[in-house]
Design a protein around this ligand. Structure first.
Ligand code: PLP
Length: 379
């Protein structure tokens, strides 16, 4: 078995499993004042400190959520509503063309439902890097308060985005910046922004838990109201085992520092040798050290995925798709990749438990497939 799909979900780390197990054993509601409640509260605050350390953010700014999707929704709706309530309405939304669906769907809904909110898309270069000059010009020429959404790194290509430059532009223009750091966290430094989002399961924590990190004094209004948990910023009894596991995973990835690109680079170099016509999307840009998005021309992604799966090699075709339908990636489309190439796109993503043997197994499986389809991918 070779699991090369860490960008879809990174297997649970033993430390996270242990921490979640201990939290299950303690039980208790962190809002209760008795001993068990206090023990639960202590676990949550310990986890909050660890997540804050990973993000290099003040601990009180971390709001736990039910995952990365919820964190992105909370940031976007929370910012727009919060700004309106504070009398400084956001009228322009800038979003890169390659954001995750959890950002794209919410900005589309916001622009439909909130009167006077205009949505503008930031294009990307053929290598998949957001065009910061387009943003600079638009911010300079247009009027009205803006909210910008730019991810730290793309989940499909791994291409790192110019978020530091975007933060400078945002500051100069009095705009707000949301950085979806779900894929960047644990692989590269988490940037500073007005709103930063994280997801535990991408760093070896449990699924269904994430965080929104709010900058000091940024506009914010909660979406979930109820028992006032998370200082009223996200009501609902906290997911104690999930949060404890998230904290443990954050601690371990922070202590390990950035991931090495060695396995990914070896995989690409050897594959290029087997298939000289192989295409690496975003290959000339700065990428996350673990991600390879590539095409074997003439071999549709579904064909390759099924053949590799039979050999126990688990890859993905771009973004994981809950409906099971394979549609050409919006990310590759924004990069100007032809539909034919996009239909052949595969993503190998390495992580904490990946080995050289995984690389060899994946390459052997691809070689087997090519041997069965000799005429199609020789170029
Ligand atoms: N943002 C990015 C860049 C992602 O890759 C993902 C998950 O694939 C998400 C957000 C959503 O996170 P979650 O699965 O925790 O909802």
């Amino acid at each position: 078995m070779a699991y090369l799909d860490h960008n879809a979900t990174s297997p649970l780390r033993a430390e996270a499993q242990e921490a979640a197990g201990r939290a299950f054993a303690i039980g208790g509601n962190a809002s209760s004042v008795h001993a068990r409640g206090r023990a639960a509260r202590a676990l949550i605050e310990e986890a909050r400190a660890k997540v804050a350390a990973l993000a290099q953010a003040p601990v009180q700014n971390v709001v736990f959520t039910g995952g990365g999707t919820e964190a992105n929704a909370l940031a976007l709706w929370g910012a727009v509503q919060g700004a309106a309530e504070a009398g400084a309405r956001i009228t322009r939304l800038f979003v890169s063309a390659i954001e995750h669906e959890s950002v794209l769907s919410n900005v589309a809904a916001l622009s439909e439902r909130v009167a006077g909110l205009r949505l503008e898309t930031i294009p990307v270069s053929p290598e998949g890097v957001a065009d910061i000059e387009v943003l600079r010009t638009a911010l300079r020429e247009g009027k009205g308060r803006a909210l910008i959404a730019l991810m730290a790194a793309n989940n499909e290509t791994g291409v790192v985005q110019p978020v530091v430059e975007a933060a400078v532009l945002a500051r100069e223009a009095g705009a707000l910046l949301l950085v979806d750091a779900v894929q960047g966290a644990g692989k590269i430094a988490v940037p500073e922004a007005d709103y930063v989002t994280l997801s535990a399961h991408k760093i070896g924590g449990p699924q269904g838990v994430g965080a929104l990190i709010l900058g000091a004094g940024v506009p914010f209004s909660p979406l979930m109201m109820g028992g006032g948990q998370e200082q009223g910023r996200r009501a609902g009894t906290e997911n104690l085992p999930g949060i404890a596991g998230f904290g443990a995973a954050s601690e371990i990835v922070a202590s390990e520092g950035s991931l090495s690109p060695v396995l990914r680079d070896r995989f690409e170099a050897k594959l290029k040798h087997i298939v000289p016509g192989m295409i690496v999307f975003g290959g000339k840009a700065m990428r996350l050290p673990n991600t390879s998005n590539f095409a074997l021309p003439g071999i549709p992604a579904e064909t390759a995925l099924m053949a590799l799966d039979l050999d126990g090699v688990m890859l993905s075709s771009g973004a994981a798709c809950s409906s099971g339908k394979v549609k050409p990636s919006h990310v590759l489309k924004a990069m100007g990749v032809t539909e034919d190439s996009a239909r052949c796109a595969l993503r190998a993503s390495f992580g904490w438990n990946s080995t050289e043997a995984d690389v060899e197994e994946a390459l052997a499986s691809i070689s087997n497939l090519l041997a069965r389809l000799p005429a199609r991918a020789a170029a």
